[in-house]
Write a protein that binds this ligand. Structure first.
Ligand code: ATP
Ligand code: MG
Length: 267
């Protein structure tokens, strides 16, 4: 199962040439949805084993522009998974207390423990994206963060955490359509924010920030996957394929039973 959308360290690319349309890779939506469902069953079984084994950790990082599909991905991927073994963390504008520490402080506190799967809805990468685009700190502060992030992720990797990073790549036009749906459909109104329209004006700046971040922070221990995300069904499938592929490699095992269980009698 080749991981088509994984970046290779040091290999140059431009974000503009990476696809946002998934349907060219998989023309049959119905087949994709059924493959997704069977992979999800496999994922659920692996998660049980990972939890029971209690040794390894999996961290899934999701980054995207607004309306890029982070919420939908989390909803679809985690459906049916034992909630005790997963922890979803959303990173919003940092609080005063968080800002009084280094940028990784709030992140490190919530990385997955042994046996757990952690999902980051936004992440430490905001500190080289939104922060850069809107000049929240000077370049002399954000530029060294690429290396600081790489070293932080190396520490996690070296201490038993597999890291999967997904950038959900949508086109400018797809974002427009999704914003429009949020305006038109009453039950999506709550998701619409005028602030998102302001950020949309900075699209080229965001793309430049994403591109450099993807280049600087694709390492052998934590490469980025750039997912064509205009079609939600393809996005879900390719992320699920990557997760299951990774769990197969991690190969968690149920622990051995205690000795002589066959002689135990419950009175
Ligand atoms: P949705 O996509 O469903 O709207 P969201 O993740 O955008 O959810 P919001 O509360 O709308 O949630 O926005 C969170 C905001 O916090 C984003 O605009 C994001 O860029 C910002 N943010 C996250 N981390 C940082 C950071 N370290 N510094 C500054 N802003 C940040
Ligand atoms: Mg938002």
């Amino acid at each position: 199962m080749p991981l088509t959308h994984q970046l290779v360290p040091e290999r140059p690319f431009t974000l503009q040439t990476l696809p946002t349309e998934g349907k060219q890779f998989h023309p049959d939506r119905a087949a994709a949805e059924s493959e997704f469902k069977s992979l999800r069953k496999e994922f659920i079984e692996y998660q049980r084993r990972l939890y029971a084994e209690g040794k390894q950790k999996l961290l899934i990082v999701l980054q995207a522009m607004d309306a890029g599909g982070k919420d939908g991905t989390i909803r679809n991927i985690l459906k049916g998974v034992n909630p005790q073994g997963v922890r979803v963390e959303s990173f919003k504008v940092p609080s005063k207390r968080e800002l009084a520490h280094d940028f990784l402080w709030r992140i490190h506190k919530v990385v997955p423990a042994k046996g757990m799967i952690g999902v980051f809805n936004r992440s430490h990468y905001e500190d080289v994206l939104v922060v850069r685009v809107h000049d929240i700190v000077p370049e002399a502060v954000w530029r060294p963060r690429y290396e600081q992030i790489n070293q932080f992720e190396k520490l996690l990797h070296d201490t038993g955490t597999r890291i999967l990073k997904f950038y959900l790549h949508i086109s400018l036009n797809e974002q427009k359509e999704r914003f429009q749906a949020r305006l038109d459909e009453l039950d999506k109104n709550w998701k619409f924010s005028l602030e998102d329209l302001e950020k949309r004006k900075f699209w080229p700046n965001y793309m430049a920030a994403y591109e450099e971040m993807l280049q600087q922070c694709t390492t052998p221990w934590a490469p980025w996957h750039v997912i064509p995300a205009n079609q939600k069904w393809y996005r879900n499938l390719t992320i699920m394929r990557t997760i299951v592929h990774t769990l197969r490699e991690m190969n968690p095992q149920y622990p051995e039973a205690e000795d002589n269980l066959d002689q135990v009698v419950i009175e």
